[in-house]
Design a protein around this ligand. Sequence first.
Ligand SMILES: Nc1nc2c(c(=O)[nH]1)N[C@H]1C(S)=C(S)[C@@H](COP(=O)(O)OP(=O)(O)OC[C@H]3O[C@@H](n4cnc5c(N)ncnc54)[C@H](O)[C@@H]3O)O[C@H]1N2
Ligand code: MOO
Length: 401
Amino acid sequence: MGDLQPISAALEALLVDVSVIGVESVPLEAAAGRVLAEAVTAQLDVPPFDNSAMDGYVLRAADAGQWLPVSQRIAAGTQAKALAPGSCARIFTGGEIPTGADCVVMQERVQVDGDRALMPADIPTGDNVRRQGRDVRQGSILLDAGERLEAAALGHLAGQGITQVSVRRRPRVALLSTGDEIIEPGTPLKPGQLYNSNRPMLRRLLENFGAEVVSTVSVPDDYARTVALLTAAAAEADLVVTTGGVSVGEEDHVKAALEAIGQLDMWKLAIRPGKPLALGRLPRNDVSQARFVGLPGNPVSGFVGAWLFLRPLLGAMLGCPALTSLPAVTAKAGFATSTGPREHYMRVTLEFTPSGVTATAFEDQNSGVLSSCINADAFAVIPANSDIAEGDAISCLWLAC
Ligand SMILES: Nc1nc2c(c(=O)[nH]1)N[C@H]1C(S)=C(S)[C@@H](COP(=O)(O)OP(=O)(O)OC[C@H]3O[C@@H](n4cnc5c(N)ncnc54)[C@H](O)[C@@H]3O)O[C@H]1N2
Ligand code: MOO
């Protein structure tokens, strides 16, 4: 199988000369999952003022251990007046620390009698005070360019009062399903036909990886139609993804069509599943090219190929380092297996126990068995030509999005 390309070479070819996509401004509420185009500098301290971490009493630490008059009530959202020495104030979580005060005692530790309160002794200065700027300092980098805007990052932006964010445009993907036997749900199946599993599966993965699927096209097993539909797809997309038709059969026209109108960079990888995967480019117009990834038709090959190739390619287009690789976890194999000339990406679940991580493989690892992907946490990467015994340490790629 000397004609199979190593996966590392394919990834290298895939990531050569990738142009980072353009920028657009979106409202913060619409920015979830988008990739930040520029670093954001904090315009405000967060929190913007010293405030109480507890419901209780605020005072000077020097006045601890005595009865103190309660001079004011500071609820969150109100402005505090300066605190005179030898007094304390009622304060609530989030309330502003008054000028002059330097610590807060939680109310459970305080004895109250009318308008005075007995403070415990030895309260450290700064106790239960959340300092201005403790989380974010004005002028510091709040978020770096390339950050994917997930929950906490969105919260950080909102904490600055930001309403509009500069993000990378979503790469436009045309998704083509080849195969005369493939039909869409909604039509009764005739003998020899099967429903298109790859389209919704890949749409979901592509969207999770930051892309916008701008067209879905069904391509018959016909060379001229394949050429025409690939040409049309490339005109409107940054990335053209096909499924099926990349192997060596007479009805497999994708590779030949790609070679005729574009460029084939890589074909036939030492990977299981996904061997006939094809990488290349298609002319988009006179000056630019669309990227091309031809996934094999078997749904598992498409699933694995999407995680291993579409995700890093989209990460490079989006300038998003988090998408360009998958986190690796070392686990104990809960199974035995042997490989041939292809590196095997087995679908496994991971169990985290105090004694370590165990990977359990789905029993049927055939590339047509999509059930193996349903609850998969990771791909166990079994090197080519190796024998793995149960209990051996193996490397797993975590399917984190
Ligand atoms: N003589 C050889 N035959 C095959 C080889 C080989 O090296 N020599 N490689 C095998 C491997 S490995 C794979 S993977 C497949 C991939 O072939 P294609 O990419 O050309 O895919 P198709 O033949 O079009 O389809 C394969 C399989 O998947 C089903 N399929 C296709 N599209 C969908 C879809 N959208 N939804 C659900 N299922 C789909 C299709 O009906 C086939 O059963 O080639 C081997 N053959
Ligand atoms: O490479 Mo194929 O995806 O093994 O069946």
